[in-house]
Design a protein around this ligand. Structure first.
Ligand SMILES: Cc1cc2nc3c(=O)[nH]c(=O)nc-3n(C[C@H](O)[C@H](O)[C@H](O)COP(=O)(O)OP(=O)(O)OC[C@H]3O[C@@H](n4cnc5c(N)ncnc54)[C@H](O)[C@@H]3O)c2cc1C
Length: 286
């Protein structure tokens, strides 16, 4: 529980109020669904902060919709709402798929995409999907207004992000003309498991079948979610065949740096990553 005697909690009712609260107390802890924060506070992994800005009642952050040529998903959209959203299912089905694998129903009803992004765990399920979709994470502060940050530039180091202390995440934007993304998550169980390895893959191919563009993003195999740029390069400009798939899989170990931890070993993660990449690319041939 948050103890009011030690923590001052502000509950803004609009985005403007939330930005004003952050401007007044830069670095205040933003609370969305609390499914990461409450666990960390209760377990003593994080100290109770002096100031909390509770975003739960900020309606502007909760919207999901299409604006022009992009899908907009508000930072406060819960995983349940993402799974149930016709707009997300139409324009970014892999995002709905990733949200569907986050915890169980209780967690999906409270946990938000903004929390998943800002928590910056390399195992966060939506993060590789956002990388593969070339999503833009729109952040804002009262002084500077909105600032678009490409997903590629958002996670800067282990549990670090490009967010400034007076900024919050407003929404995620995903272009509607992106190629679709394949999402794979390997955990201890099929449900309610944190990823040992996850992958999001998108390919754009020419009429002749050559790979024009490839984005292969990974979770749980490096300090941040990462793109496998050498593996992508091994595919780009090539027909998708045994030779290019073999080259991409051979390049993959240079792109990722899995570790041994409580969930898995480096060796297992490398093996599984290569296997799911090979299987996904082989399924694409034809
Ligand atoms: C039992 C359990 C199972 C879980 N399973 C999974 C899983 O399978 N996959 C997975 O990816 N995650 C999992 N999680 C983690 C968690 O549920 C998700 O990361 C969730 O999306 C976090 O969202 P939240 O709104 O609860 O974040 P919060 O706990 O409210 O916040 C998390 C972090 O994000 C920051 N933050 C929140 N909103 C914003 C914003 N708009 N702008 C800037 N910063 C912000 C907070 O300050 C905090 O640092 C699990 C958690 C639990 C307890």
């Amino acid at each position: 529980m948050i103890h009011a005697s030690t923590t001052a909690i502000t509950r803004p009712r609009s985005l403007d109020e939330a930005l004003a609260a952050l401007e007044k107390s830069p670095g205040a802890v933003l609370l969305a669904g609390g499914t990461d924060l409450m666990v960390a506070w209760n377990a003593g992994e994080r100290h109770l902060p002096e100031r909390v800005v509770d975003l739960w009642s900020v309606p502007e952050l909760a919207t999901i919709g299409v604006a022009g040529d992009a899908l907009h998903v508000g930072a406060l959209a819960t995983h349940s709402r993402i799974v149930g959203s016709p707009e997300v299912r139409a324009h970014a089905p892999a995002l709905a798929e990733a949200s569907r694998t986050v915890g169980a129903a209780q967690i999906q009803n409270r946990g938000t995409i903004g929390g998943n992004i800002a928590n910056a765990s390399p195992a966060g399920d939506t993060l590789p999907v956002l990388l593969a979709m070339d999503a833009t994470i729109v952040v804002a502060s009262r002084a500077r207004g909105e600032r678009p940050v490409p997903a590629d530039a958002f996670w800067t180091a282990y549990r670090r992000t490009a967010l400034a202390p007076e900024e919050l995440i407003v929404r995620v934007e995903i272009a509607r003309d992106r190629p679709q993304v394949l999402f794979r998550k390997v955990g201890t169980r099929r449900a309610q498991a944190i990823a040992k390895v996850s992958m999001a893959l998108s390919l754009r191919r020419s009429a002749g079948g050559a790979v024009e563009d490839a984005r292969i993003a990974w979770g749980s195999v490096a300090p941040t979610p990462v793109r496998a740029r050498r593996a992508e390069d091994a595919l780009r400009g090539k027909p998708l065949d045994a030779a290019s798939i073999g080259a991409a899989c051979a390049a993959l170990p240079q792109d990722i740096s899995p570790i041994d931890d409580i969930r898995s070993t480096r060796e297992y993660r490398l093996h599984v990553a290569m296997a799911i990449l090979r299987r996904a690319l082989s399924g694409w041939v034809g």
